[in-house]
Structures are given as C-alpha cells and as structure tokens.
Design a protein. Structure first.
Length: 466
C-alpha cells in the first residue's frame, strides 16, 4: 500500500481489518458457551458435539499458511474479501441449521473463510504502515483483537444464548461481515501479486495443510495416530520446501532470528493463555456455580485491561525499552497471575479477579511486542506467508494448550474421587494452572535465549507495496 495513503483512510482501513479479524477470533469461543443448547436442540451425541468446535479449528488452522501465500501471489485484499465473504455466508448457513450435519459442514466452511481472511491481515497492516512508530501502534490495535477476542466471545456467547438462542451466536456475524465487506472495498487499497504463474507449491500446500489439520485434530482429540501422521507429513513438507523452486514457506524466513523465536514463543504462550481461559470457564461454572451469562461477564475485566495495555502504552514501552524486553516482562506478569491461581480457593472477587487483572495487563503488553517481532525484517513479498505462519502457530498453541490442560485437570480430578466433588475439581484446575505457568516459563526462557536484544523498537526491512 502506498506510503502516502491518507491518514484518515488508512485508519479506517485498519479499523475494518481489525473488526473482521475480531469477528473471526470471536467465533472460536463464542460457540463454546452455546454448546449445551446446540446439543439439546440438534440431538448431537457427546462425541459428535466436539465437531462443532473441531471442524472449525481443523479448517482454520490447516489453511492459514497456504492462505497467506495466496495473498502474496493473488493480492492480499482479494484473498481477504473472498475469505470474509465465505465466512459471512457460512455463518448464515450455520445459524439456519436444523440438522447436526449441516452445522458441522458450515463450521468447516467458516474455518476456511476465517483462514483466508485472517492470514493476510497482519501482512496488510505491515505494508500499510511502513513507519516503525505508526506500525507499532497499528499492531497494538490488531493485537488487542487477537488477545481479547476469546474473552469477548465468551461474554457474547453467554448473553446471546441466554437472551435469544444459540442461532444468534452465528447470526451476529452477518451485519459485521456485510459492513466490513462494503467498507473494505472502499477503503482498503488494492494490491497486486505476481499471480499463480509465479509459482504455487501445490504439493507443499497439500502436505502442510494435511499436517496441520491432522495435528490440530490429533491434539484436540488425543488421537496419537493422527499426531504421528502429522509429524511425518510435516517432515515431508520441510524436505519439499528445501527443494522446491518456488516454496510455499521459504525456509530463509527461519534464518531471521526474530521470526523463528517469535513463532516458537507464540506456540508456548498461547498454549498457556488460551488453555487457561478454557480451564477458568470451567472453574467458574463447575466450582463457583456461575451460569453461562455470569461466566462470560466474569471475563469482562480481561479485555478491558488488555485494551488499556495494548492500546494505551505497549507501543511507548516497546519504543523505549525494545519489544524483547516488553515481551518478556509482560509474560512475567502473566506467569505471576497463573501462579496465584494455583493457590485459588476463594470466590471470584478475592480469588480469581486479581490474577485475571494481572494477566490481562501482561498479555496486553506482550502480544503486540510478539506480533511486531514476528513480522520484523520480513520482506514485502513474504509478508503474507509470514502473517499466515504466526497465525498458524497461534492455532497450534491453542489446540495444544486446551488439550493438555483439559487432560491434566480431568486426570487430577479423577484421582481424587474420595474428596468432595467440587474440591476435586478445584484441585484439578489448580494443577492445570501450574502447567499453564510452565508453558509461559518455557516461553520466557526460549524468548530470552533466541530473540535478539534491542534497545529501541525494530525497524523492519519491509518494502512499501505499490
């Protein structure tokens, strides 16, 4: 996008991109609160109900990387608009669904559309804001949508399901999607890629898509066969990228320390933080006895504090102390909050809320710094695939954390069957918080070792797209 793009139009374009991204992020959590109502209405079996979530995650996680590359080749705005249109249409079908099979298929289609739209957004922001300070602020806004989206989804899901019906957890996407499409056509500047003739590694795309889909499914369902197959396909993909004339994921990206380090940290950070949200939602309902709506409201302080941190002072801190320092310090606050939760025994206001506020503050500072590092020193022609890569690692981390923490909590609870059921549940959740803290401690250790120390905010070598 042109460097002289008018500030007002550029700001509106950023708002449209972030609103669409927020809608997609919301969809991964907004449905969670509605699952019991969906099961009762459509007659899902317990095993089948999991596919309402899994179908979305498998498609979304599996297609992010190829979606980013398609944006580089075909133009990021074109891919964004196509994905947003598909996501909005699939949301309508999901809301109208009166059959379990139709809902699962529409959820898969939502995942495809969400991947196409989300994968290119960060790359579009980076090229739209070539100035380092302005880019840092823009990434802070985008990071807020990523960090707070899951919490907002829990709030919206509880409110819509309780006040209206589960159908509205999908219908709510329609006005947002339509408005975002109309505005995006008007204010998001068109860009041109070299086209598919420049080379799309079809074999590589098939290998990595299958690997990530099987990996996300295997982690979510504890299917070891799927995980082994995913590892084999991923190894084959890496070999293919080393030999392909026009690789889907240029391995040269991993020679950039910031890109490699940020993606590894992202997996561990999201595993701890998204898994924590899943566990906390269960703690609030099963131990403290809150209903769906009050559980959602209980999370409200998290996005508010994240907004204050990511939109208020994260960019200033990164400019003063460098993104690496801000990232590690923010993660330290998140770890402190999780360690407090390992001792939780009181009610919401005394036992849960203080750690939530601490974690929101840390996440609001850390996530913009990490997103900026993930895109630093990436050339313009690779911005789409780099954006798709960081989104892919985010999804892998979410699936990993949720599966591991759910398993840890359930195993601990089952081993304490002689205790009062609520106390056994609470003990399982406290152990899961400790495992979450372990993920974050590993993220800090790896980030400190791999990410280069900087005294000022990085100035990525990103060319301005024409």
């Amino acid at each position: 996008m042109a460097e002289n793009h008018p500030t007002r139009s550029r700001g509106l374009a950023l708002a449209v991109l972030c609103a669409a991204s927020l809608m997609v992020v919301l969809d991964s959590s907004i449905v969670a609160v509605a699952l019991p109502a969906i099961q009762a209405d459509l007659g899902f079996t317990p095993a089948g109900l999991a596919w309402v979530v899994t179908a979305y995650l498998v498609a979304f996680g599996g297609l992010l990387l190829i979606s980013g590359r398609l944006g580089d080749l075909l133009g990021r705005r074109r891919v964004f608009l196509g994905g947003l249109g598909l996501f909005t249409l699939a949301s309508l079908v999901a809301g109208l669904a009166s059959d379990a099979g139709v809902l699962v298929v529409s959820r898969f289609a939502q995942g495809v559309g969400g991947a196409l739209a989300s994968a290119v957004v960060l790359g579009m922001i980076v090229t739209m804001y070539p100035e380092p300070r302005a880019r840092a602020r823009a990434i802070g806004v985008y990071s807020f949508t990523q960090a707070a989206g899951a919490s907002i989804g829990l709030i919206a899901g509880g409110a819509l399901t309780q006040a209206l019906s589960w159908h509205w957890t999908f219908y709510v996407n329609l006005p947002i999607g339509v408005v975002a499409l109309v505005l995006a056509v008007r204010v998001v500047e068109a860009d041109r890629g070299p086209g598919l003739r420049a080379g799309l590694d079809v074999l590589g795309a098939v290998l990595v898509t299958a690997a990530v889909m099987l990996g996300v499914y295997g982690i979510s369902s504890s299917a070891w066969g799927a995980l082994v197959a995913a590892a084999v396909l991923l190894a084959a993909f890496v070999l293919r990228q080393a030999k392909a004339r026009t690789p889907l994921l240029p391995l040269r990206l991993f020679r950039i320390r910031a890109v490699t380090g940020a993606n590894v940290v992202m997996v561990l950070m999201v595993a701890g933080m998204l898994g924590f949200q899943f566990v906390t939602a269960l703690y609030l309902q099963q131990v403290l006895g809150l209903d769906a709506l009050r559980t959602g409201v209980a999370f409200l302080p998290v996005p508010l504090v994240i907004a204050v941190a990511s939109l208020g002072f994260a960019e200033k801190l990164a400019s003063r102390f460098g993104p690496r320092t801000v990232l590690l310090s923010g993660l330290g606050l998140v770890i402190a909050g999780l360690l407090l939760l390992t001792q939780v025994s009181g009610g919401y206001f005394t036992g849960v809320l203080p750690p939530l506020l601490l974690m929101g503050l840390g996440a609001g500072a850390a996530i913009p710094a990490l997103m900026g590092l993930a895109m630093s020193d990436v050339a313009a022609e690779d911005a789409g695939v780099a954006s798709g890569l960081i989104n892919t690692t985010q999804q892998v981390g979410a699936a990993l954390g949720t599966a591991v923490l759910a398993s840890v909590a359930a195993s601990r609870t089952a081993s304490l069957s002689s205790l009062d059921h609520r106390e056994a549940l609470a003990s399982g959740f406290r152990l899961a918080y400790g495992v979450s803290a372990g993920f974050l401690i590993a993220a800090v250790a790896l980030g400190a070792a791999v990410l280069a120390r900087r005294t000022v905010a990085p100035e990525p070598e990103v060319c301005v797209a024409g």
